[in-house]
Design a protein around this ligand. Structure first.
Ligand SMILES: *Cc1c(COP(=O)(O)O)cnc(C)c1O
Length: 428
């Protein structure tokens, strides 16, 4: 694989963009390598500026569940764009995408569309605060909900301490309203509710994908549901990643628990900037213009972006056994990774939820961020570089999930498993 043009292209980017990127993880900082600069995608693969091919397991970090440049999605975008790029008025496409999302999540009644997952979760929390008249938010260590001030907070030590900002620029005054508990630890959440009566909501990734793939235990989710109901707080499922990824009803396909609010992003835009949050009509009636909780967006519900989302949801909803197919492929891949690790005598644990997969270099189950951080991160980095050399592009961080697309066909999985056997041997 030649990489001189890639390196020149990335040097150019570093002169004009901090770290050479517009979103930090793309810079490969935690991998210790120069990221390939990508020129185009096709199905389950993408190609860098030198024409090197990679099997792509990030799929634009989740959105491209049909793969790159899917014919129907591209056609929908082009034909919509020809009618004009946007109007800042109501359009029929907005109702159509809302109807498709609500059809999949029948316990929701109304949605507000925005452009990014960050906006969706930020506004869902504003709405929860507006509806309950309360202030504090409980979140979980290692869950990511976008980069808004309230949510860019990690745990202090000790269960009942207030959160402190995980980034300079987030005022301590904002962060102090965010309480951070360990994932899958109901006692920690119970303690918060006992000590603090001003809790507006609990926000959770019901299938965490931002600390590697770690699903919440059913009993934990049931416990959160009861604590929220008993204490007049709202339960928010952040399904920006898991929505239409983990199953036909996202994470809700895997649990009997129903939250008060759900946030969406990634897949519902099919690769374009579309996100949303939803709840029942009563909760949503607090939102402006029906109610007093303010939210607005110049490009919200943009027709070209929404057209990509509709085309994507259409294929998902009209393809028989869509998620079964993707789940089987993800399981084949993780079984292959496990076999490769075993042959090299390397401990590895894996998991699959729909089209999401994850793996940890660990000899015991991983249930929370502390477990994830205790895995062999150095080994991950070496494995990552070996796989990249063999044309397999995994998420460049030990704390991210991987994604299978409809275009990630069996032959690509086989090729990836063969690469994994060589890579595991190289790092044993
Ligand atoms: C990606 C993600 C977000 C943020 O979405 P952006 O579109 O990047 O702002 C929020 N929550 C979860 C669970 C995510 O995976």
């Amino acid at each position: 694989m030649s990489h001189t043009t890639n390196e020149a292209a990335f040097e150019r980017a570093k002169k004009v963009l901090p770290g050479g990127v517009n979103s930090p993880v793309r810079a490969f900082g935690s991998i210790g390598a120069t990221p390939p600069v990508i020129a185009r995608g096709e199905g389950g693969c993408f190609f860098d500026v030198e024409g090197n091919r990679y099997i792509d397991y990030i799929q634009s970090w989740g959105p491209l569940i049909l793969g790159h440049a899917h014919k129907e999605v591209i056609e929908a975008v082009c034909s919509t764009a020809k009618q004009g790029l946007g109007f800042g008025t109501p359009t029929e496409l907005e109702s159509e995408i809302a109807e498709r999302v609500l059809k999949a999540y029948p316990f929701l009644e109304k949605l507000r569309f925005v452009s990014t997952g960050t906006e969706a979760v930020m506004t869902a929390i504003r709405l929860a605060r507006g509806v309950t008249g309360k202030t504090a938010v409980i979140k979980f260590k290692g869950n990511y909900h976008g980069h808004s001030d309230t949510l860019l907070v990690q745990a202090g030590s000790g269960a009942a301490t207030f959160g402190h900002p995980s980034s300079p620029g987030v005022p301590t005054d904002f962060a102090k309203h965010t309480l951070v508990a360990e994932y899958n630890d109901l006692a920690a959440v119970e303690a918060f509710f006992k000590a603090e009566h001003d809790i507006a909501c609990v926000v959770i990734e019901p299938i965490a994908g931002n600390m590697g793939l770690i699903p919440a235990d059913e009993a934990f989710l049931q416990g959160l549901r009861k604590l929220c109901t008993d204490n007049g707080a709202l339960l928010i499922f952040d399904e920006v990643m898991s929505g239409f990824r983990a199953g036909p009803m996202g994470a809700c396909s895997h649990t009997a628990v129903r939250p008060d609010m759900v946030t969406f992003g990634k897949v519902i835009g099919g690769g374009m900037p579309v996100a949303a949050f939803g709840a029942n009509a009563q909760i949503m009636s607090h939102l402006s213009p029906e109610g007093p909780v303010y939210q607005a967006g110049t490009l919200s519900g943009n027709p070209v972006a929404v057209a990509a989302g509709i085309a994507t949801l259409k294929v998902i909803q009209e393809t028989d056994g869509f998620y079964d197919t993707l789940t089987k492929r993800a399981q084949k891949l993780t079984a292959g990774l496990e076999a490769a690790a075993q042959a090299a005598n390397i401990p590895l644990v894996t998991d699959v939820r729909g089209s999401m997969f994850g793996f940890f270099f660990s000899d015991k189950p991983v249930k929370n961020f502390t477990d994830a951080a205790a895995c062999d991160i150095e080994r991950f980095k070496r494995f990552y570089r070996e796989m990249l050399l063999r044309g397999v592009y995994l998420a460049p961080s030990a704390f991210e999930a991987g994604f299978i697309s409809l275009a990630t066909e069996e032959d690509l999985i086989d090729e990836s498993i063969a690469a994994a056997h060589e890579a595991m041997k190289a790092i044993a």
